[in-house]
Design a binder for this molecule. Structure first.
Ligand SMILES: [Zn+2]
Ligand SMILES: [Zn+2]
Length: 887
């Protein structure tokens, strides 16, 4: 930005041009130093006036991106508005720094593998790497100037949060909402851990359909072979049965027979089951333990044996014979080759299909039998849906995403992870009978790897040795507790009940977050909080969209279209970036657009220059005159109207509507119209009072959007030196309320149109603004503003016309569509042209046709341009709702 620097860099001042670079960093630091945004949790608070936001703790896995910038700016609009409107706001900040994300970050940052370290050692390394990232992230967040209370922060790996997370585990266990089970689970072979349904996503990938012949084992079988189509031939060593649909007449003869698996030679039964998709391939399918979710259902329903051909890292096991030690991809190719050599491969064709992958690492998932902890959720689907319905959704349409997720749930929530960086399960198992021994609540947080269980012998069998649980919690098992973390949830041993340090915060007023984590974060938070407290944790949720590039494409590293916040903030003031962030309706994905940032810069300059002008026209604190003049009262009535609109928009999280309403009123009505008038009424006490009232209110209304510029101007103009910032800041002022000014708004607006029309007339005719105009007649409703118009525009005689002046409407031109006319009328076109030229034509408005040269032209062939002319004395100017005649 090339604006002149003010003379005194340290003190707020209206001198010179606006210098955002100096101003913004100065206020960011002062706000933090003076605790302007601190929530004093020790004071007794009224839950009805406290506004609490459960902000998303960013995952520590990299640096700040546009999504963070956008999301936290939206939260800040809400926080700043509510702070002014209602008083106490909790706007906290946290980091989600446990779990796979931070672990993978540590591995890549230090170029190590977690398997090569002791758990504690590796956790230490994670802590160190995360700390560095967090420090840098915090600095960048503070550069955004959001009104976060930096005294209210947490990390999901800190001991206090570990305690809450383990308390949650114990409470759900006691309530019978958790179980541990050895069963097939979704598995990521790259992360080498079980994962939950929500962490799986579909990815379109190229593959092959392989038609493989299976022989029937018995000599008196009805036929020799049948064909199975599969994309995963490497699973045939794990094949445990073959299925046929009961309605499949072509293949009924197979049911009850035994199939021999090619190459491997083991034999499996052929069974009928309704879950077979008859439309796929030959209609005969193999069941392997496990290729997909169907296999798991068959395995359980038909009590099939378990054949594990693929291990935890997706390497073939000894069950795969010659293929042992190969990766699944290598084995796939090798097995297909051998099937072909031995004559079993009947066909192979390329396809693309959806493969289920782990969303963190894009590795295709497998299914493995393992012992895992689950939170039971499938039996409470209805209750979670009802909880979702109880919240207000901004925008409302986002509820359907929540609904669809719950309706599609097929698995209970698997919360154990075979990883290192995470919060440990507070559990040991009896070395003999496997009975779980839970830690005592008072002792939390514990790590069973280093802490002792609370009993000396097993309460079930009396055995004296215990095995610690080595798994850690799923990261969402902890981040789903953020409302409870923010409210200071804890177990009180004395009263034997759960307590909250700040009960007035809960349920939270707002959960802001992106639409991509409705199924992850929002859903799991509702599950946890609902089960713990019986309450829906939020009154409302605000779901923001994603920031796209200028061509509305998703930003991605591989496309090379990522816009970095650092770069944006080095070129534009934060306030201008915020102006852009307010441009889209909440919930919509929207593009990063430089033109919006440039518009934001222009607005800052306008606000600055208007403030300087107001400063020269009126003293800072003029007295209120006994009676306001019509034009001034009208401005304040318009302002009342804008205040009411803005308040309603901001209460509904409609930031874009609020921003546009305010910008139009400020720029067009106040700056373009009223300020121009005010220049001509410099010493008028009524105008001075209106000017100052409007200016102060504008600063307050702009404050949530443009916090830096408004603070600078506010402090420079309206605050005495030496005032404490936590009391004098514009951001702790009361949000403006309508003052009850009455005026005929429509008449005032029409009068404004007349005044600007006359001003334009003077400048177009090179007349000075204070030049006298002898006589002006107005047709339009300007009642009550006649004096104002006369006074402002120096009109000697003003007449209000009762009837519209005689205006004739004439046809100025008729445009013909020659591309259709030519082919249709051929040589007649010349005559048609001549007829129009000479005026020998007729427009039949009723039928919508043009008659000329003996032809009739349909309405799509021509377009009529009309011209309005005034034939009386003087010059006519038309505005939107008035006609002005100058004589
Ligand atoms: Zn993974
Ligand atoms: Zn035991």
């Amino acid at each position: 930005m090339s604006m002149d620097a003010p003379e005194h860099e340290d003190e707020p001042s209206l001198e010179g041009g606006y210098d955002p670079e100096t101003v913004e960093s100065r206020w960011q630091q002062r706000w933090i130093d003076a605790d302007v945004y601190a929530y004093d949790g020790d004071e007794k608070r009224d839950p009805n006036t406290v506004y609490s936001i459960d902000t998303p703790p960013p995952t520590v896995s990299g640096s700040l991106h546009m999504g963070h910038l956008y999301g936290s700016t939206l939260q800040d609009f809400a926080a700043r508005f509510q702070r002014m409107h209602d008083g106490d706001v909790l706007f906290p900040f946290g980091y989600d720094d446990n779990g796979i994300a931070s672990e993978r970050l540590t591995e890549s940052e230090l170029d190590i593998r977690h398997q090569d370290y002791e758990r504690r050692e590796f956790q230490e390394l994670c802590r160190e790497v995360c700390q560095e990232y967090e420090d840098e992230f915090t600095e960048k967040m503070q550069d955004l100037g959001t009104s976060i209370d930096w005294n209210n922060t947490y990390k999901t790996i800190e001991p206090r949060v570990q305690r809450i997370s383990q308390l949650s585990f114990l409470d759900l266990h006691e309530k019978g909402r958790e179980y541990r089970k050895k069963a097939p689970a979704i598995w990521c072979p790259d992360c080498e851990t079980a994962i939950s349904q929500v962490e799986m996503e579909d990815d379109e990938r190229g593959s092959h359909f392989n038609d493989i012949a299976f022989e029937l084992a018995s000599s008196d079988a009805p036929r020799e072979e049948f064909v199975i189509s599969t994309t995963r031939p490497e699973l045939i060593p794990a094949c445990v049965s073959v299925f046929v649909h009961p309605d499949d007449e072509d293949n009924q003869d197979l049911v009850g027979e035994t199939a021999r698996i090619p190459i491997f030679g083991h034999e499996v039964p052929i069974i009928e089951d309704e879950r077979v998709d008859m439309e796929k391939g030959s209609g005969v399918v193999m069941c392997c333990t496990f290729g997909d979710q169907n296999d798991i259902e068959w395995y359980q329903a038909h009590d099939l044996p378990l054949r594990v051909a693929i291990d935890e890292s997706a390497t073939m096991t000894d069950l795969a014979g010659d293929y042992e030690g190969m990766s699944t991809e290598e084995a796939r190719e090798a097995i297909v080759e051998d099937l072909e050599d031995e004559g079993y491969l009947r066909d192979r064709r390329e396809i693309t299909h959806a493969v289920q992958v782990h969303e963190r690492c894009d590795t295709a998932v497998e299914y493995r039998v393992s012992k895992q902890w689950y939170v039971e959720i499938l039996d409470h689907k209805e209750e979670y849906l009802e909880a979702g319905r109880e919240m207000d959704w901004y925008p409302e349409k986002m509820f359907s995403r929540y609904e669809h997720w719950i309706e599609g749930l097929e698995w209970d929530w698997l919360i154990s992870r075979q990883r290192d960086s995470g919060i440990p399960f507070p559990v040991w198992y009896c070395g003999d009978c496997d009975e779980p021994i839970m830690a005592e609540r008072e002792a939390l947080p514990v790590d069973p790897l280093s802490d002792e269980p609370p009993v000396d012998s097993c309460p079930e069998c009396g055995h004296g040795e215990f095995v610690p649980e080595e798994d850690v919690f799923d990261t969402w098992a902890t981040s789903s507790l953020t409302p409870l973390i923010n409210a200071g949830w804890d177990w009180d041993a004395e009263s034997e009940s759960f307590t909250m340090d700040n009960p007035e915060l809960y349920p939270f007023d707002l959960r802001p977050q992106g639409h991509d984590i409705i199924s992850f974060w929002l859903f799991h938070t509702i599950v946890k909080c609902y089960e713990h407290t019986g309450e829906v944790p939020f009154d409302a949720t605000m779901i923001n969209g994603h920031v796209l590039d200028e061509n509305r494409e998703k930003m991605s590293k591989s496309r090379g279209n990522v816009v970095e916040p650092d770069k944006v903030l080095s070129e534009y003031p934060v306030d201008a970036v915020r102006f852009w962030a307010a441009s889209a309706a909440v919930g919509d994905d929207f593009p990063y657009q430089e033109k919006d940032l440039t518009a934001g810069e222009k607005l800052l300059r306008k606000l600055w220059n208007a403030s300087k002008l107001v400063d020269t026209l009126a003293p800072a604190h003029p007295d209120e005159p006994a009676e306001l003049e019509a034009i001034d009262r009208w401005l304040l009535a318009e302002l009342d109207d804008a205040v009411a609109d803005l308040t309603a928009h901001l209460e509904d999280y409609e930031f874009a509507k609020a921003r546009d309403r305010l910008r139009t009123f400020f720029w067009n009505t106040f700056c373009d119209d009223y300020l121009e008038i005010a220049k001509t009424r410099e010493d008028n006490p009524s105008t001075q009072y209106a000017l100052r009232t409007a200016h102060r209110t504008f600063l307050e209304l702009w404050a949530p959007f443009l916090p830096h510029a408004t603070e600078e101007i506010w402090q420079a103009v309206y605050v005495n030196d030496g005032a404490d910032l936590d009391e004098s800041s514009i951001h702790v002022r009361d949000w403006p309320a309508p003052q009850g000014y009455e005026a005929d708004l429509e008449a005032g607006e029409t009068a404004m149109e007349v005044i600007s029309a006359l001003r334009r007339y003077k400048s177009e005719n090179q007349l000075p603004l204070n030049a006298d105009l002898e006589s002006v007649a107005v047709y339009g409703s300007i009642e009550g503003f006649e004096d104002a118009i006369q006074h402002v525009m120096h009109v000697q005689e003003l007449t209000v016309l009762a009837e519209q002046p005689e205006i004739t409407t004439e046809v100025a031109e008729i445009d013909l569509d020659y591309s259709t006319l030519g082919p249709k009328f051929g040589s007649k076109v010349g005559e048609i042209d001549a007829g129009i030229e000479s005026g020998e034509y007729e427009i039949d408005e009723e039928e919508g046709v043009l008659r000329v040269a003996g032809e009739e032209l349909a309405d799509e062939l021509f377009e009529v341009e009309l011209e309005r002319t005034y034939s009386g004395d003087g010059e006519m100017i038309e505005t939107e709702s008035a006609v002005v005649i100058l004589e």
